[in-house]
Write a protein that binds this ligand. Structure first.
Ligand SMILES: [Zn+2]
Length: 648
């Protein structure tokens, strides 16, 4: 590991604290997603001009990678130092007393390790969960190995619960010691502390200590990285696994398959080594203690996992706690790799990052004589620690964790549907013929895929790309279509007829066919067909369009009959006069209005309600149909046209 220090002549204490915190935070082998904490001690004059000794310590909820000055909580140092002398202190009391000792009531809650930072007699204190060091401590004779590497240069602290108990333990262990002789503190099964009177020396001591551990691992272990050949996925099975996990979770989840980890998943001893415990207890709130190991029958394995989780809870609970959801956060899928689950793409990515580091550490530790995690009671204490639980939670929008596929998604109604579904929490696979689809949504939860829906193989490939990316499919909005130029039946060019039927009818059937096996594994699965007012009220010159749309509607009605038994709802929207689409330029609008001798505004609102229907309105109806409002409706056709006398 290399020092990333490049700062020249900074001398602002806090600016340097932010700077090296970010250097630590951007190295995933040191801290992952909010792990670790840092501090700086400063003597600051208060509003009365009186100097005060303060500890600026990382605030709870901040990530070292992106922390700012506002992310550090200023706490009176003498109060923190007094707190360590207490015989005991509950978490709630600790937070209350620390908040009361803050000089800025708007600052975040101080890190749970604030007291420990306070008692280390150096200006700068850095704490990480460095993979290399923690890996070595998670072995049979980890403490001896640490001593072999560092000698007396570090204080080795046996595992205890983080927070007050850890601070108290280190306070007791360091009475009368010569701090100047120490370069750091290694916390068994947890992490490393370094310190120094300037930001650079504290940071670079961390890099040096971790590098020594890395060098040791390199000299002792054969494993290089958790890589391997990419396995050919079984996407249908993947969607089935996702469904089983979602059923236990009681909520929709994104499932992220990592097929590069197939070598790990294929290890003969995987069921043993992957189920001993996490890399560091801090991870348990994201990943649970262990993954589910999938075998011949994943549904049974997932159900057994949930049962075992409930038993683990019962074995360890004091009776005062509420059990967390029993669903696994990640899965080992021999032959295929690893799957990470999350309520959002972000959450699944965090789980995926943590499992990458975990499996790498497990394999290294196996080379060192055996991966050994903490006893389950220690893991449980952190998993059900009120301060850790506070980091999670929150309420979710209605489509959170659901996966939708929308065609004709680059513009008009399709685009509005993508945006509305995404705004309500869904991950969306957005298909369009227009290559701009791959760049027009700059969001992790929206995957743009170029697709010609008139080509079977193009549909198949696009659907598979979507499943591979998000893990399943719950909502299909079959929207792609076009409105051909007006042509009387007697004058119809047969190619125009065929083209309209291919796009406006057949493509919907092909897409529905490709999606059905996945929708059958979906969560509250729903299909929405975007048809047209032309179905109930056709117009002359539009036979190629109206016939196709009538066919699409009939397809939806038959699909409602056929798919209801699989729990898939199929409903139809008949929009009319939606002018904010690619079809309708201002020029065309003016021409049409002139044709009828009315203004553009009157032309746009030429309906019973005298209202303009927009793509957003149609998208809102599509979302309603995909959501709980239409949970008990299938085979319905709903117009959205401002009221049309011919449709009523
Ligand atoms: Zn820690």
């Amino acid at each position: 590991m290399k020092s990333l220090w490049t700062a020249k002549c900074e001398n602002d204490l806090l600016a340097l604290r932010v700077y090296t915190s970010r250097l630590l935070g951007q190295e995933p082998a040191l801290v992952l997603h909010g792990g670790g904490n840092t501090s700086v001690k400063a003597n600051i004059s208060n509003i009365f001009g009186e100097p005060e000794d303060l500890l600026y310590v990382k605030g709870s909820g901040w990530d070292l990678a992106s922390i700012e000055v506002a992310g550090f909580a200023p706490v009176k140092l003498d109060v923190l130092k007094k707190m360590v002398l207490l015989d005991q202190l509950s978490d709630t009391e600790m937070v209350r007393v620390q908040r009361a000792a803050m000089t800025d009531p708007n600052a975040p809650n101080p890190s749970v390790e604030a007291i420990l930072h306070a008692i280390i007699p150096f200006r700068y204190v850095d704490h990480t969960h460095a993979d290399a060091v923690v890996t070595i401590t998670n072995t049979e004779n980890g403490a001896e190995r640490i001593e072999q590497i560092y000698g007396k240069r570090v204080l080795i602290v046996p595992y205890v619960m983080p927070g007050f108990i850890l601070a108290k333990k280190i306070y007791e262990m360091t009475q009368g010691i010569d701090w100047a002789a120490l370069e750091g503190i290694v916390l068994m099964n947890h992490g490393v502390f370094t310190f120094g009177d300037d930001a650079k020396s504290s940071y670079e001591r961390m890099i040096e200590l971790v590098t020594e551990a890395e060098n040791y691992l390199e000299s002792q272990c054969a494993v290089t990285a958790a890589s391997g050949t990419v396995a050919k996925e079984n996407l249908l099975e993947m969607a089935r696994i996702r469904k089983s996990v979602c059923d236990i979770k009681g909520a929709a989840m994104i499932a992220k398959l990592d097929s590069t980890a197939v070598n790990f998943s294929n290890r003969a001893d995987v069921a043993s080594i992957a189920t001993r415990g996490p890399l560091t207890p801090d991870h348990v709130i994201r990943t649970k203690s262990i993954p589910v190991i999938l075998g011949e029958n994943p549904e049974t394995d997932i159900a057994d996992y949930a049962k075992a989780y409930c038993e683990y809870f019962e074995r360890n609970t004091s009776g005062q706690l509420r059990r967390l959801n029993a669903a696994p956060c990640w899965a080992v899928w021999p032959g295929f790799g690893l799957i990470s689950f999350g309520r959002s793409v972000k959450e699944a990515t965090i789980v995926s990052d943590i499992k990458d580091h975990t499996i790498h550490a497990i394999q290294l530790a196996e080379d060192l004589g055996g991966w050994k995690a903490l006893p389950e009671s220690d893991i449980f204490d952190v998993e059900y620690w009120e301060l850790e639980q506070a980091k999670l939670g929150g309420s979710f929008p209605i489509f959170q964790g659901q996966i939708a596929l929308v065609t004709g998604a680059a513009s008009g109604i399709g685009r509005a549907c993508v945006e509305a579904l995404h705004a309500q929490g869904a991950a969306v696979v957005a298909l369009d013929l227009n290559p701009a689809i791959t760049t027009c949504f700059d969001k992790k939860e929206i995957l743009g895929v170029v697709c010609d829906v008139t080509l079977d193989e193009s549909i198949q490939a696009a659907v598979e790309t979507g499943i591979r990316h998000f893990g399943g499919l719950d909502i299909l909005i079959s929207n792609a279509g076009n409105f051909p130029a007006s042509e009387k039946i007697a004058e119809m060019n047969p190619n125009n007829w065929d083209e309209s039927l291919a796009l406006n009818l057949t493509s919907h059937q092909r897409l529905l066919k490709a999606c059905t096996p996945y929708l059958a594994m979906g969560i509250d699965a729903a299909v929405i067909m975007i048809a047209s007012k032309n179905v109930p009220a056709p117009g002359p010159g539009a036979s190629a369009y109206s016939v196709a749309k009538a066919g699409q509607t009939q397809l939806a009605r038959v699909a409602a009959l056929e798919l209801g038994g699989l729990g898939i709802r199929v409903n139809v929207i008949h929009p009319n006069a939606v002018f904010d689409t690619a079809l309708w330029t201002n020029e065309v609008l003016e021409k049409r209005a002139k044709h009828y001798g009315i203004s553009v505004k009157d032309y746009k609102t030429n309906n019973i309600l005298k209202t303009e229907v927009t793509s957003k309105d149609v998208a809102a109806l599509a979302c309603a149909m995909a959501g709980p409002i239409f949970a008990k409706t299938t085979g319905a056709q709903v117009p959205i046209d401002g009221g049309n006398e011919r449709v009523l």
